[in-house]
Every structure is written in C-alpha cells, then in structure tokens.
Design a protein around this ligand. Structure first.
Ligand SMILES: CC(C)(COP(=O)(O)OP(=O)(O)OC[C@H]1O[C@@H](n2cnc3c(N)ncnc32)[C@H](O)[C@@H]1OP(=O)(O)O)[C@@H](O)C(=O)NCCC(=O)NCCS
Length: 183
C-alpha cells in the first residue's frame, strides 16, 4: 500500500477536534517539552484564540531552561489526512540561512504515534521544502537526535547532507546530527 494522501494546512477550526483528541492522548507538538496538558486547556478554553496564538508571529518563545527568546518568523502547518495527523513547522530569519544558536534547525515535525510509519513525516518534509524556498531559503538546516533513526531516515529521504554532530545539544543534552537539505 502506498502512502495515504496528506496535505499541509494552516491550523484551522475544522481539525481542532482531532487536534484536541491527540493532545488528550498525551501527544505533544513540542518534542523537547510536554505541552499537551497546557495546550489542551487553552484549546478547550477558547479554540479561536488558541488558533490565533498558534499562527501569530509576535512575542517570545520559552526555551527548555524556561528563559524567553524572540520568536523567529515561522510557518506552521498541520498534517491533514482527513483528520489531524501531526505538525510540521518552518522557522527562519529573513535574508539569511543562519539561525540563532538557540534554534537547532529550520524545520521541526511530529506525527501522532498512531499514524507513524506510514510515510507521513517523509512526505510532509518534502511538502514544506517549497515553502522554505518561497521564503528565500535555498537550503534548510534540519537537526535530529543522533539516536532518532526514524527522523534520520526522513531527512535522508529528502536529500539531507550531514553537516556534523553536536555532542551535547543545548535543549536535549544529547548528541544531535545536523543536515542541510536543498529546497
Ligand atoms: C520521527 C517521526 C516524525 C517519523 O514520522 P513517521 O511519519 O513515522 O516517518 P515515516 O513514516 O516517513 O518513516 C520514515 C522512515 O523511518 C522509518 N521509521 C519510522 N519509525 C521508525 C522507528 N521507530 N525506528 C526505526 N525506523 C523507523 C520508516 O520505516 C521509514 O523508513 P524508510 O524511509 O526506509 O521507508 C515520528 O516518529 C515522530 O513524530 N517522532 C516524535 C517526534 C520526533 O522525533 N520528531 C523529529 C524531531 S527532529
């Protein structure tokens, strides 16, 4: 069986029910910190405000150590196979492929556990590359935990060329591999 059809969509109300269901199952869109309980509270409290905040560019983000850092321009997409299946995001700085040292890569993704191993992450990464190109990036840096075999395959299947390994990633404290992917 081939990969089921997926598309990348800007987070919208039509998928908020299956997004909330994923949070209720304990899935967290942030792979460094478990934010499922906080997000679920926000979604249930006011779904419209939650969606507005999710795609808003302003403000700060909280780093793993709790300190605030300026939020970079970003594009966030939900992976849609008829219901919410995962998230993929692009963050970048205008006019440069450089990233601040607290940002490990341009692209991050997470698939809900019950839809993994269907090719969704591989396809989602291929679908976001033209978005990065349209933002002026000829290549993107993508990083993953050195032991994350699935993510390594996702990156390699999309043409990833190894840049190197960081022995102790700032966020995870674990070895991290970084790759360039041509858009
Ligand atoms: C990593 C992750 C995004 C992969 O998503 P996915 O949709 O299951 O990936 P795909 O189905 O596209 O699989 C890609 C490849 O990895 C393989 N793979 C998937 N899960 C695997 C696992 N647990 N162990 C080893 N290989 C695995 C697949 O068989 C496939 O191999 P192939 O290219 O040889 O066919 C998903 O496991 C996830 O969300 N993990 C938690 C968050 C995370 O680690 N995000 C990445 C941060 S950089």
């Amino acid at each position: 069986m081939g990969t089921p059809e997926i598309s990348l969509v800007v987070p919208h109300k039509g998928l908020i029910g299956s997004y909330a269901a994923a949070l209720r199952e304990g899935w967290s869109p942030n792979t460094f910190r478990d934010v499922s309980a906080d997000e679920l509270e926000a979604v249930e409290d006011d779904p419209d405000e939650f969606l507005r905040d999710l795609i808003a560019w302003e403000g700060t983000v909280e780093l793993a150590d709790g300190s605030p850092a300026p939020r970079l321009p970003f594009r966030i997409f939900w992976i849609d196979d008829g219901e919410f299946s995962g998230v993929i995001g692009l963050r970048f700085q205008h006019g440069t492929e450089e990233l601040p040292d607290y940002v490990p890569g341009h692209i991050g993704y997470s698939i809900v556990p019950w839809k993994r191993r269907r090719g969704y992450a591989t396809r989602a990464l291929s679908l976001i590359l033209p978005v990065a190109r349209a933002e002026g990036l000829a290549r993107v840096r993508v990083s993953c935990d050195a032991e994350n075999e699935a993510s390594k395959k996702v990156i390699l299947s999309n043409g990833g060329k190894l840049i190197g390994m960081t022995p102790h990633d700032q966020e995870t404290g674990r070895p991290t591999l970084s790759y360039w992917i041509e858009t």
